[in-house]
Design a protein around this ligand. Structure first.
Ligand code: 13P
Ligand code: SF4
Length: 319
């Protein structure tokens, strides 16, 4: 008998994929998946993208149902943009620890200590944090969003201190940072990255801005998941050490079959740093959520409306 955690066979995977396609038709659903999800989830998705691309797809879709294979804040953003649509997730417990590192009451106090500041929040945050923010950003548009704020205005930025620190350095702009971080990107350390660079001298190091400065300073290119993907497609280099969640390697390899992609090492024992929450989106849970039309994302209308305003400002600025 198969245990709950047993890996499904190839035939079972194909059957589950077919079932997902049938259910999408039955529900008139669109399936959105982040680049960090499992390859078999990316293969059945209608749109695979980074946080910004998925928020844009959610904003524009004409489908009746949005099925979101990502983490909770992404599906919540889709619901904020689509109050009348059913938004389903394969696993309601697939949260983002970075978003969870910013509790609402503590953030409210932080904001109240700096009433004159513009509050910019990374999309990796709860609806409550968004509702207390002036504008949202993703790693794709953060530079543009920060640059749109007059230079004489003070900025508070949260919850990711690494992205915040990267923006401060890049834009020469002072900001007060919430001290949150993504455990996947924080795990990359200079020592192991430099060892990988020595081992693969022909490979270019590329990194996500959620990585620490000690890693970013060695990267030839820093950008969002989408920007990293685009860089590998357009670069003439043939080999890359990729310092971000290794789920993106599936699409990088698909787009550039002849190139070599090396996941940046977490340490010598763990050659890659994986987001466990993204991998909680499995095909069987995907089928079940579409069959049962649950778990569903719901939000009180007042909170949804308050969180919508800073998201709308972001989408207008990055149109
Ligand atoms: P992007 O999708 O904006 O690159 O963010 C990465 C991430 O950690 C998503 O949770
Ligand atoms: Fe959150 Fe990091 Fe996972 Fe993205 S990769 S969902 S920021 S824990």
């Amino acid at each position: 008998m198969l245990s709950q955690t047993a890996v499904p066979s190839t035939t079972a995977i194909d059957e589950l994929k077919l079932r997902v396609q049938e259910l999408k038709r039955e529900l008139n659903a669109i399936l959105l998946a982040h680049y960090y999800t499992l390859p078999e989830i990316q293969q059945v998705a209608d749109v695979v993208g980074d946080s910004l691309a998925l928020a844009r797809s959610a904003e524009k879709t004409g489908a009746d149902v949005i099925v979101f294979a990502g983490v909770w804040f992404m599906a919540e953003t889709a619901k904020i943009l689509n109050p009348d649509k059913l938004v389903l997730v394969p696993d309601a417990y697939a949260g983002c620890p970075l978003a969870d590192s910013c509790p609402v009451e503590e953030y409210r106090r932080f904001r109240l200590q700096h009433p004159e500041a513009v509050a910019v929040s990374y999309i990796n945050s709860s609806a409550e944090i968004k509702s207390l923010s002036d504008i949202i950003c993703t790693s794709s548009n953060a530079e543009r969003i920060i640059s749109s704020i007059p230079p004489d205005r003070k900025i508070i930025f949260g919850p990711d201190r690494n992205l915040g620190g990267y923006l401060m350095k890049k834009l020469g702009r002072d900001m007060l940072l919430w001290q949150g971080f993504c455990y996947v990107h924080e795990a990359f350390a200079e020592e192991h990255i430099l060892a990988a660079c020595r081992q693969h001298p022909e490979a270019l190091l590329i990194a996500h801005p959620e990585c620490r400065q000690e890693v970013l300073r060695h990267a030839v290119f820093t950008g969002s998941t989408q920007a990293l993907l685009d860089y590998t497609v357009s670069s003439s280099a043939q080999s890359f050490i990729v310092a971000t969640e290794p789920g993106i390697l599936f699409e990088m390899q698909r787009r550039s079959p002849g190139k070599t992609f090396i996941p940046a090492p977490k340490d010598t024992e763990n050659p890659r740093s994986v987001c466990k929450q993204m991998k909680q989106n499995t095909l069987d849970k995907l089928v079940r959520c579409m069959q049962e039309r649950a778990p569903e994302v719901t939000l009180p209308e007042e909170l949804r409306n308050a969180a919508l305003q800073p998201i709308k400002r972001m989408l207008e600025l990055s149109a």
